[in-house]
Design a protein around this ligand. Structure first.
Ligand code: ADP
Ligand code: MG
Length: 358
């Protein structure tokens, strides 16, 4: 058999390129929500309300009471690489905000219908806008795309409709809307633990009662009790581990972990690095190993670990949306944290034995 004649090479259309790139950042409704949540937290919101229809595929809305967006910024809001958080290259290593590349809203506008209502404290009214493919578009054909004055509270409401309407293969892979909703709740639950001062609610559109609801100004412990249950909270230990070099803190971590009395079926592990929800199979495995010696076979702990490291030591070459992260001195930091956890668990189980004997 002869090889087939080569097909001609052609340049992809700009809109298709953007759509492919967007699909790499926005994998599913929960990843869109994570970006929007981080934007709301960056904006200083103390109340965040999420409304969901069909697992977020049909409708995903997030309302915050943050600083809002200035009317004059709205025309470029959903363009790629527009951000209020980064201006020079050296800023990149000092970032304290979640976002920085101005890619989230742009990406969403390439794979969904995006609309925004926003009001800053000093503005007399709110403004409503719609975006498609990074640009302002009219709400309806024949209308103007200019920001439309409307009534609204201080803060921002972002609405994503018909996610992946133009990406049929992606859409068909996400047919299980209850699974997508469960993932949304999972992301929200974890951010609600990490941001216990902020009030979160999440409900399905049309449902009278929320599926997740936390008060504002709460504590981490109370949030864990509300969201993961009193049986976890009752067996919860708290540890702080940090390291100082030359009188300066080089990293610090706060850990909430269950003691040996708690025996869950599957490990619940929440990992935040510099306030971003991430995954690290290496750290997870290391902590799991700490418990192998102290828990009966098949039993698993709850562990929430918040790690703050110098932003310069997080590998910037790793795509930030890739949840799996690596950072400088990872091995050393992990060992130090695990040793402290081990000691804490040992101390607690010893005192239990002691109590039992007397
Ligand atoms: P990034 O977060 O990386 O800057 P995004 O595309 O997520 O990029 O957002 C672009 C910009 O839009 C942000 O820098 C911010 O100025 C503004 N923005 C987005 N969401 C909100 C929000 N909920 N409240 C206030 N400003 C927002
Ligand atoms: Mg962002």
């Amino acid at each position: 058999d002869e090889a087939p004649a080569p097909a001609p090479i052609r340049r992809l259309q700009e809109s298709l390129i953007n759509r492919i790139a967007a699909g790499e950042i926005i994998h599913r409704p929960a990843s869109a929500l994570k970006e929007l949540l981080e934007n709301s937290l960056d904006a200083g919101a103390t109340t965040i309300r999420v409304t969901v229809k069909d697992g977020g595929l049909k409708f995903l809305q997030i309302q915050d009471n943050g600083c809002g967006i200035r009317q004059s910024d709205l025309p470029i809001l959903a363009e790629r690489f527009t951000t209020s958080k980064l201006s020079t290259f050296s800023d990149l290593s000092k970032l304290t905000t979640y976002g920085f590349r101005g890619e989230a809203l742009a990406s969403i506008s390439h794979v969904a219908h995006l609309s925004v209502v926003t009001k800053t404290r000093t503005s007399a009214c709110a403004y409503k806008v719609h975006y498609s493919d990074g640009k302002l578009v009219p709400a309806q054909r024949g209308q103007s795309e200019e920001p439309k004055p409307c009534a609204g509270n201080d803060g921002t409401t972002i609405t994503i409709e018909n996610l992946f309407f133009n990406a049929p293969t992606r859409l068909s892979a996400l047919r299980n809307t209850s699974e997508e909703y469960a993932r949304i709740l999972d992301v929200l639950t974890k951010y609600a633990i990490h941001n216990s001062k902020v009030s979160f609610t999440c409900k399905k559109a049309g449902s009278p009662s929320p599926d997740l609801s936390t008060p504002s100004a709460s504590t981490t412990r109370h949030a864990i009790k509300m969201l993961y249950g009193p049986s976890i909270e009752k067996d919860l230990l708290q540890v702080t581990v940090n390291e100082n070099k030359n009188n300066e803190e080089s990293w610090s971590s706060e850990v909430y972990l269950t003691n040996v009395n708690y025996q869950g079926k599957k490990m619940i592990f929440l990992l935040f690095i510099n306030s971003r929800l991430v995954e690290s199979s290496r750290i997870k495995r290391a902590i799991e190993n700490v418990y192998t010696g102290v828990l009966p076979k098949g039993a698993a702990p709850f562990v929430y670990l918040s790690l703050r490291i110098d932003p310069q030591s997080v590998d910037v070459n790793v795509h930030p949306t890739k949840k799996e992260v690596h950072f400088l001195n990872e091995e050393e930091i992990t060992v130090q944290i695990c040793n402290t956890l081990q000691a804490k668990l040992a101390e607690q189980s010893q005192s239990r034995v002691f109590e039992y004997q007397t």
